[in-house]
Every structure is written in C-alpha cells, then in structure tokens.
Design a protein around this ligand. Sequence first.
Ligand code: ADP
Length: 277
Amino acid sequence: PVRFSAEEAAAPGLPDVVLVLLRDLTQQRRLEQMRADFVANASHELRTPLASLSGFIETIQGPARNDTAARERFLVIMAEQAKRMSRLIDDLLSLSRIELNLHIRPDTRVDLVHVLREVMDALAPLALDRGIELRLAEQAAALPVQGDRDELIRVFENLVENALKYGGSERGVDVVCAEAAREDGSREAVVSVIDYGPGIAPEHLPRLTERFYRVDVPRSREQGGTGLGLAIVKHIVNRHRGRLSIASEAGKGTIFAVRMGLAQVLPESEKIDRSMS
Ligand code: ADP
C-alpha cells in the first residue's frame, strides 16, 4: 500500500497528476480510518450495556437467587440497559438511513412554526419533570421550508432535549423562530435553541457533532444519551441544505441555531389568478 502523508504528497517536483492521486489516496485512507473508528466505537458502546446485562444475569442466577428484593432492583437496571441498547441501535439505523439519502433533498413543504409547536408539546413533560420553563417565541407567522417533517422534528427535539438535559437552569430554555434576510437578498428561517446553563468549553465546539463525541461521558450516559444526537442533527440539516451553528460561553449558556432557506411563496397576484381560473 502507498503510505504518503498529505505533506509528502505536496512535495515539490512531483507532477500534478501524481499529487492529485496521492491526495486522493490520503483522503481515502482518512475515510477508511474514520469508518474503522466508527465501527470500533459502536461496538464498544453496545458492549458496555451488554456486559452489564450479562453480569446481572449471572448474579440473579447465582448469589442473588433467593434475594427477591435484590432481584427486583437488578431487573430495573437491566431493563434500563436493554433500553439503552435499543436507543443506540435506533440511532445507528437513523444515521445510516440519512447518510444514504444525503444527496436527495426532501421536497415536501413544511412549516417550521408547526414543527416547533409539535416539538414543544412533545417535550413539555420532560421540562415539567425537570422543573425547567420551556418557552417558544414565534417571531414569524409561518416559516415554510422544503423538507422532511419527521426529520425536522427530530432535529429540534434533539436540540431542545439537549438544552433541557445539559443546559437546564432556573432561567429556563428559549426557542426562538424568526425570518431573516441573507446577503444575497433571499429569505431564510432561523431557529435558535437557547439555554442559560453551564455552557460548553471552546475546545469541544468543533468536535461536538462528531459521532460518539461527548463533553462529559458519565453525564451523557446518566441522561440516557447515545452520543449520536448531534451527528444526526448535523446530517439532517446538511440534507436540507441548511446550516447549524453553535455558540457557547462558559457559565452563561449555549445557542444552537439552524438556518434554512425559505420555500418560495406564491405572489398574491398568482394566488388570485389561480383561484379564479
Ligand atoms: P448525547 O446523546 O450524549 O446527548 P449529543 O450528540 O446530543 O449526544 O451531544 C453531544 C454532547 O454535547 C453531549 O454529551 C453534551 O456533553 C454536549 N451538549 C449538547 N448540548 C448541550 C448543551 N445545550 N449544553 C451543554 N452541553 C451540551
């Protein structure tokens, strides 16, 4: 196999064709490495709850055979571990499905305001359970985008859930949706999920959307996280030709913002013409 680093491949004196070829090989090796890392990580993430399950089964069959109270306690933990494995498998499958369709842009018309209302309803119980006030500020009457409704719900559910789980504070969590102008004059929808929690240190920000990357592993596990949430969010936003940005300040909080081009709205005159014909 050819073993050249990017620097070596850029050495002077090599013809352009060779340089391009070497650069492609370096890129390919990097992709292969990433794939191998991903499989290793996924196996490790599945093996941890599996090992714990096996341990409890042995204990129930052995030392705790006649201890009903202990057995009941262990069964609760085992059910939680089984749920964790199934969440992980669901997330892995979602990720691979989205990746497979990455180049196909969803084409139904979806109103982001409706999507957000649905997300707020779905997460109201979690917010209530944590005693965190969850607010939605609708600064636009409608935000029509071209998209996949279920995937967009997934994006904002993930972001709001993270805000509640990792950024919850007595100041609550705000979701703000608005319309804004782009530099080229076109219009876009901007949805910001804002928390006033501990924030994320700057060195973590660039890696946050990597699969299995967590700032605080025990905390993520304790919250039932799989470490795939933000990777899924980023993939869905990319598929929708949108942009995800993260701003955070230690001790102040975090803002996750999603921007997506607004779907063309028919001019009033065309609507009237159509309804009359
Ligand atoms: P997980 O399944 O662990 O929640 P995610 O991909 O959704 O995985 O998030 C990755 C990590 O980013 C989390 O484990 C957490 O450490 C950090 N994180 C995400 N959102 C926030 C937030 N609003 N405030 C602080 N940390 C966050």
